[in-house]
Each structure stands twice: as structure tokens, then as C-alpha cells.
Design a protein around this ligand. Structure first.
Ligand code: UTP
Length: 453
């Protein structure tokens, strides 16, 4: 019985409200909220177990990084060719995590629907889908796209794809799956009543991807389709080079379980996690966990020692996910305090200080026996849309997208005026080399905003 379940969880205050028949508490909503969540886990979290512990940063050193310059070296050819071969054989899936709440951007819709392209205003989802389509065409084999949503945005996300005819992808190659949710709690460990009559829940973080892949049968689907490798990326980065063959090849040929792309931090104080080697294991050290000594450490040449910023782009072996999710191993839960719109026991709207629990995908890195870290240039591959204004905003992202495409045109001899915005469809070119094949059809000079479809 529901009241009993709530009491087992130490949530007598909600059980009591149900018993007294308070009109603002909806039994069906609370049942829905608690269905599918692990009751022992929730109890343990409210008791403070399974929480992330700051790593003791004693044996720390920079992780070996394959430098960005490697991509132009003759040695890169073998790895790139191997990556392309895996794509041709249909061994690679793309996976975009899009279950977040996008609270910094402050929109009431899935982040993927936000228009970000500099000239056409194409949405993040459209850009990603077109890249996957272009990749599939290029390698003569469909790359399946897995889209992780949350309970809050699943229906809208599906409707957006359906409403746009899947942006040209075959719907049979697109798989939506919903991540888990967890109840947020007050600082005293009590569940919070939402304004919708249920509990205030939050998605369980991008680390929830792993369990959600298993729970929703996606690992089986992948196995049945012969997928061995998963290219993982976040919905908010329109510059991501989806299924970059060099990255796939480096990771796969070296037998890595999980690998990462890194970008140079813009400065010591950029609030981004870095990838380092801690006690012999590759892991992300979050900005907030770095001591000043570590944050400002210099190498022998006087340059930033821990510069390898996590871009949240990973290759993950399917069987690594299977072994992690099939074992008792858990990703640690991070606690984040925030203000929660809630109802007080009399049903009045209030704001309470609460805690949400989330797991992070990068906490799986040290669990992999082997990991490759590849540097890529920020201006080529990383322009996330996180904030409304300022750093990592729509504006900075649009400028970076336009700048990259302008540089391709300029390198191919096109004269481009300084102020024009440039956008090249992923269906035309995923990289400069694709555009080079069409150089004859390009204008000699561009002096206004242009979209090359
Ligand atoms: P962020 O950490 O940037 O969070 O997520 P967010 O929810 O998008 O935005 P804020 O922090 O509320 O402003 C990075 C990526 O991880 C996904 C997001 O959709 C984004 O692609 N994510 C995050 C999930 O899929 N699920 C989650 O529970 C959290």
C-alpha cells in the first residue's frame, strides 16, 4: 500500500496527507512517481549513502593526451580508416543525452528544440539529426541515433522529431528512451510536494544513461544490430563532430572501455572539469574539487598543467555498459542544493531549499580498464549552449559555428566579408574536406549572410 511504502521511506508526512484526504495531494501522481524507482536506493540516499566523495587528490598527474595535431599526422590515417570501417560495418551508434532541464537557459521545452544555427536558426535536434544522416550517407550504412529524454520532455521530444519527419532519418533508426527520476528532498531528508499534486522529482543526471540503456532494452537493440561502440554526446553542443572516425578508431583499436575528447581550458578559472590521472586511473576532477595548487599548477614551460577540459564527448564500448549495469557497481550520486517550487502542508505554494541527486557519466571513466584522451580544438568541436547570455550562450555558440564555416570557405579560397554570418548544412559538409569536393559550386566572394544548403 502506498502509505506503507512512504512510511518505509521515512516519509510519514506525505502518508499522513494522503490519509487525511488533502485535496492537493494526488494519490495517482505519487504512485506514478514512486513506480519504477528503487525504494532501497531512495532510502539509502536520504540516509546519505552512495554519495560522491571528493577524491583524495594525492597521486595526481596530467593524463596522457593524444594532441590535436595528431589528426594531421600520417599515423592518424590507420585509426581514421579503422573508425570508418566500423561505421561502414554498422558497428557504431550515436547517443545524445537530452533529458536535462535546461534551467540556465530558462526555456519551457526540451533544449534540443532551441534554434541555434547562425543563419537558418535550425534547432539542435535538426543539426544533430542531419549530421547523423550525412554520416550514414557517407559511409553507406545507417548510424542509429539513440535519444535520451526525461519523463518531463519525452513526449515533446518525440513529437518534435515526428513533426519534422525525423529530419530525413528513417524512424526505424531513431530510438527514444527515458531516463530515471529521483525524488528531491529537503535539507532534513523529507520528500517535497510538487505543485502538481505529486512529489517533486528530478531526472537522475546524465550518468543515468547507463542504467536507462539497460532498463529500456536499448543494449539488447544495440547488440541485435551489431553495435559495439557508442558515441556519446550532449544535446547542447551544435559543433560536435558526431562519430568522428579518428576518435572511434583510437578508442577501439586501443581496446578502451570509455574514452574522452578534451579541449584546452580557456584559462585557469574556467569552470570546467578536467581529465587527470588520479591514483593510476583516468578520471574527471571537477572544477570545485580542485585545490588552488592544482588549479594554478604550471608545467616545466610555465603553461597550465591541468588544461585538459572535459568536453563531455565520449566513446563508450557497449560491453562496458553491459558489464557496469549488470553488476552491483553504482555511479556515485552528487548532491546539488537548489530552490524548489513546492506546496506546504496546508497546500500553499512555497519555495523550499532542497537537494537533488544526480549521477554523472564521467564517473564511469575510472571504472574502464583503458581510456584514450584525445584533444580537439574548441573552435572546431565545442560551442555548448548553456546560458541565456554571456559565456556558453546562444550568441557565443552562433558566432563560433559561423566562424568555423567561414574558416572552411576561406581555406578553400572563397573571399568572405568579416561581418557575414555563414552556415553550411551538415548535409553538404560535415568537415572541410567534404566541402572541398564541392569547391567549384561555391561563390568566389561572400559579402552577406549565407546558408549553403
Ligand atoms: P547540463 O549539466 O548542462 O544540464 O547537462 P541541463 O539540464 O542541460 O542544463 P541546466 O544545468 O539545468 O541549465 C548536460 C547534458 O546532459 C543532459 C542534458 O540534456 C545535456 O545534454 N542531461 C543532464 C540529461 O540527459 N539528463 C540529466 O538528468 C541531466
Amino acid at each position: 500500500m502506498l502509505e506503507e511504502k512512504l512510511r518505509q521511506l521515512g516519509q510519514d508526512h506525505i502518508a499522513k496527507l494522503l490519509e487525511t484526504g488533502a485535496g492537493f495531494v494526488l494519490r495517482s501522481e505519487i504512485e506514478k512517481d514512486l513506480k519504477g524507482i528503487s525504494i532501497p536506493l531512495v532510502r539509502e540516499l536520504t540516509e546519505g549513502r552512495h554519495l560522491y566523495q571528493e577524491p583524495a587528490l594525492v597521486q595526481v598527474k596530467p593524463v596522457p593526451v593524444v594532441p590535436a595535431s595528431f589528426s594531421a599526422s600520417p599515423k592518424a590515417g590507420r585509426f581514421r580508416a579503422h573508425g570508418e570501417d566500423l561505421l561502414r560495418k554498422g558497428r557504431v551508434a550515436a547517443l545524445v543525452v537530452a533529458g536535462g532541464q535546461g534551467s540556465r537557459l530558462g526555456i519551457d521545452a526540451p533544449k534540443g528544440v532551441v534554434g541555434v544555427a547562425p543563419v537558418t536558426g535550425k534547432s539542435l535536434f535538426q543539426l544533430h539529426a542531419e549530421k547523423v544522416l550525412a554520416l550514414s550517407r557517407k559511409h553507406g550504412r545507417a548510424v542509429p541515433l539513440f535519444v535520451m529524454t526525461s519523463r518531463a520532455n519525452d513526449a515533446d521530444t518525440r513529437a518534435f522529431f515526428a513533426g519534422h519527419a525525423f529530419f530525413g532519418l528513417d524512424p526505424q533508426d531513431v530510438f527514444f528512451f527515458v531516463q530515471g527520476m529521483l525524488p528531491s528532498i529537503t535539507l532534513e531528508g523529507r520528500f517535497v510536494l510538487s505543485r502538481y499534486g505529486g512529489l517533486f522529482m528530478n531526472p537522475d543526471g546524465h550518468g543515468g544513461t547507463l542504467a536507462a540503456l539497460r532498463k529500456n532494452g536499448c543494449l539488447d537493440t544495440m547488440r541485435d544490430r551489431g553495435i559495439e561502440e557508442i558515441f556519446y554526446f550532449q544535446v547542447d553542443n551544435p559543433l560536435v563532430s558526431i562519430c568522428d572516425p579518428l576518435f572511434i578508431g583510437l578508442h577501439n583499436l586501443q581496446g578502451a572501455g570509455m574514452s574522452s575528447k578534451v579541449v584546452k581550458k580557456t584559462g585557469f578559472d574556467e569552470k570546467v572539469g578536467i581529465i587527470a590521472e588520479v591514483e593510476g586511473k583516468t578520471r574527471v576532477v571537477e572544477y570545485s574539487d580542485m585545490s588552488d595548487d592544482m588549479r594554478y599548477a604550471l608545467d616545466a614551460e610555465g603553461k597550465m598543467l591541468y588544461w585538459a577540459g572535459n568536453s563531455a564527448i565520449h566513446m563508450i564500448r557497449r560491453d562496458f555498459v553491459e558489464s557496469l549495469t549488470g553488476s552491483a557497481v553504482r555511479l556515485p550520486f552528487h548532491r546539488a542544493e537548489k530552490n524548489i517550487p513546492a506546496l506546504d502542508p496546508a497546500g500553499n505554494p512555497v519555495e523550499v531549499r532542497g537537494i537533488k541527486f544526480e549521477t554523472f557519466i564521467f564517473d564511469a571513466l575510472p571504472m574502464a580498464e583503458k581510456s584514450v584522451t584525445l584533444e580537439v580544438l574548441r573552435e572546431h568541436e565545442f560551442a555548448p549552449v548553456k546560458n541565456r547570455t554571456g559565456e556558453d550562450s546562444l550568441e557565443t555558440s552562433r558566432i563560433m559555428q559561423s566562424r568555423l564555416h567561414r574558416s572552411w570557405l576561406k581555406d578553400l579560397g572563397v573571399e568572405v566579408s568579416g561581418t557575414s554570418l555563414i552556415e553550411i548544412s551538415p548535409l553538404v559538409a560535415l568537415e572541410k574536406d567534404d566541402l572541398a569536393l564541392r569547391v567549384k559550386s561555391l561563390p568566389a566572394k561572400i559579402d552577406k549572410d549565407i546558408y549553403i544548403p
